[in-house]
Design a protein. Structure first.
Lengths: 330, 269
């Protein structure tokens, strides 16, 4: 049996629609129109032990909702979920001791006390032994480089440091499965890299199964072998990342900044202009030609100050996939 | 059982660590407390100065003592659960507890126990200062039986207040507008607990009603044995009523929590 198995999973949210304006507000006191949204629509997948799988998709696609159903925070409207052989809906204590979750937008740490005080509290929650606790703290804090902030009030830590502490908190009980919801959101580039490196190393050491949601392509690229793309609650793609990139991310973006404004016409011969602002521009170019065109731009007589080769934004890639597959799952 | 207590101790200690950060809050609460006590005492002094030596069985000294002891008792049993619980629900922080291997209720109870212990300790210091000022009016009761009865009453009242506070907090499962309801319930509680004046001053029907409600045991009832206005026998009956209320409220809470969680999961935070 796979570590995580999801079959025909759906989640429908009900909500009330209200007309805009004062009249609408008064009207809504007496009558409200019920609407529903299928946040997750009949998805199925299996994940094996030790995999790091990326859930990709734009905001509102259903990634976080799926994670919440995998962790038991939400109940499905239909379908089955099995994680480590448990039904998350039952919220059994043994199950909770075997998985960890970090939600980038929600913090678990109490702000007025130190990380160490927080860890001590979580240690009591999960009934971790003193010896295990000590060795895990040593190991994790060393890997993340936060040994010297353990006795500083959480509210005085930087966002990056706090995120690292949140990660430690979620791993204290050595979970077999880890759910990371937007773990690098709001972090600076250095912190993002640190967190990614840590996750990679941790997965390598402990063979923890990890599901990671993000709308940063870099997170996914660094960490995930396999990606599941979700949009409008449906799985659009489930497979190897390399295959995804070579098949669907056909283009790359060249971003240039110049000392003096360059004329738009001078750039048009290199590719499709996505964005133009005088001294800044983004040009979409086919993947195979990007190096050649980039060197053409640099060696041309245009006053280029800086040049950056970037991936197509994930939203665009998804749009491409969505159009290609016409909304069918997989 | 031991495991639960060990867990509880860690939670209580953490609550102390957190609350000791609120230095300014602690001081301001003391200032407010002293002011309130002084106002009540001065009010009663004024009322009695009209010539009445005894009002409904209370002399001025007894009334002053009632205010002081009753206040200490009500502080010992007070909690802020309505605010904490409703905030956790409305802001979705409850989700983080749902994934932990410890029940939310257990955590909240122990956390509040820790905070309350600290707050009561602080209040005790303030009370002693005020008592020293009104030493001539204060009635002393060193009888150990009464003291034990009062302590038992206060402990049970603490549990009752926790359950009530939690229940009020769960309103947040069904509406965002929890504050108005909380304030109103607070006022009703204060009235029926004897916080404004001894319940024996109320008309018969209301006074009798208050005996059967759980609120009286947070203020009036502990203060009464102290003043020896209630026999030990009646005090024990009071304990019995408290236990019944604890059972009833626990049952209600269990049901409400289940229903509330279902609603919480439906909306997804």
């Amino acid at each position: 049996m796979s570590i995580i198995e999801v079959k025909n999973l759906s989640k429908r949210f009900e909500f009330y629609r209200k007309q805009a304006g004062l009249f609408g507000t008064i009207k809504s006191l007496f009558y409200r129109k019920k609407s529903y949204k299928d946040a997750v629509d009949n998805i199925s997948f299996k994940i094996e032990e030790g995999e790091i799988v990326g859930f990709l998709g734009p905001n509102g696609a259903g990634k976080t909702t799926t994670l919440k159903m995998l962790s038991g925070i939400l109940y499905p409207s239909a379908g089955q979920v099995s994680v480590l052989g448990y039904n998350p809906q039952k919220r059994q204590k043994d199950f909770k001791k075997k998985f960890g979750i970090v939600m980038g937008q929600k913090d678990q740490l109490a702000r007025l006390i130190t990380p160490m005080d927080n860890f001590t509290l979580f240690k009591a929650f999960s009934e971790i032994s003193d010896d295990d606790f000590r060795s895990i703290i040593d190991e994790l804090t060393k890997l993340l480089g936060i040994e010297d902030v353990l006795d500083v009030q959480v509210k005085k830590l930087s966002l990056g440091q706090r995120m690292k502490c949140e990660l430690v908190a979620s791993l204290l009980h050595s979970p077999k499965v880890l759910f990371l919801d937007e773990p690098t959101i709001g972090l600076d580039v250095v912190a993002q890299k640190n967190v990614r490196d840590f996750i990679k190393k941790y997965n390598h050491l402990k063979k923890t199964t990890i599901i990671l949601t993000s709308h940063y392509m870099d997170d996914i690229k660094e960490l995930c072998d396999r990606v599941i793309i979700i949009n409008f609650g449906k799985i659009i793609y489930d497979g190897k990342l390399a295959h995804l990139i070579s098949t669907y991310a056909t283009d790359k973006i060249i971003r240039i900044t110049s000392i003096e404004p360059i004329r738009r016409e001078d750039l048009e011969r290199f590719g499709v202009i996505e964005d133009y602002q005088g001294i800044r521009a983004s040009i979409r170019v086919e993947r195979e030609s990007v190096k050649r065109i980039a060197s053409e731009i640099i060696s041309s007589d245009l006053m280029i100050d800086d040049i950056l080769i970037d991936e197509m934004p994930i939203d665009d890639i998804i749009r491409v996939i969505f159009l290609e597959t016409n909304g069918d799952s997989k | 059982m031991l495991k639960h207590i060990k867990q509880g101790i860690v939670i209580i200690k953490t609550a102390w660590l957190r609350n000791l950060n609120y230095r300014f809050t602690i001081i301001m609460y003391r200032v407010g407390e002293i002011t309130e006590l002084l106002v009540l005492i001065l009010m009663w002094t004024a009322i009695y100065s009209g010539g009445a030596g005894v009002i409904k069985g209370f002399t001025l000294n007894e009334m002053v003592t009632y205010v002081l002891i009753g206040n200490l008792c009500s502080l010992a049993v007070r909690n802020f659960l309505p605010a904490y619980v409703s905030r956790d629900i409305v802001e979705g922080r409850l989700s983080m507890f749902l994934v932990r291997p410890i029940p939310y209720i257990k955590y909240i109870f122990f956390n509040e126990l820790g905070r309350s212990f600290l707050a009561t300790l602080m209040s005790l210091l303030t009370q002693i200062i005020v008592i020293l000022f009104f030493l001539d009016k204060f009635v002393f009761n060193g009888n150990i039986v009464y003291i034990l009865l009062i302590i038992a009453m206060i402990f049970l009242a603490f549990v009752i207040e926790l359950l009530i506070g939690f229940l009020i907090g769960t309103i947040a499962f069904w509406t965002d507008e929890t504050e108005a309801l909380q304030v109103t319930i607070d006022r009703i509680k204060r009235f029926f607990s004897g916080g404004y004046f001894p319940l024996s001053l109320l008309p018969m029907t209301l006074a009798t009603a208050s005996i059967y409600l759980p609120f009286a045991y947070s203020f009036y009832f502990p203060a009464q044995p102290y003043l020896k206005k209630i026999s030990v026998h009646d005090g024990l009956i009071g304990l019995g009523v408290q236990v019944i209320w604890i059972i009833i409220l626990s049952g209600i809470l269990h049901l409400v929590w289940k229903k509330g969680l279902k609603k919480y999961e439906a909306s997804g935070s």
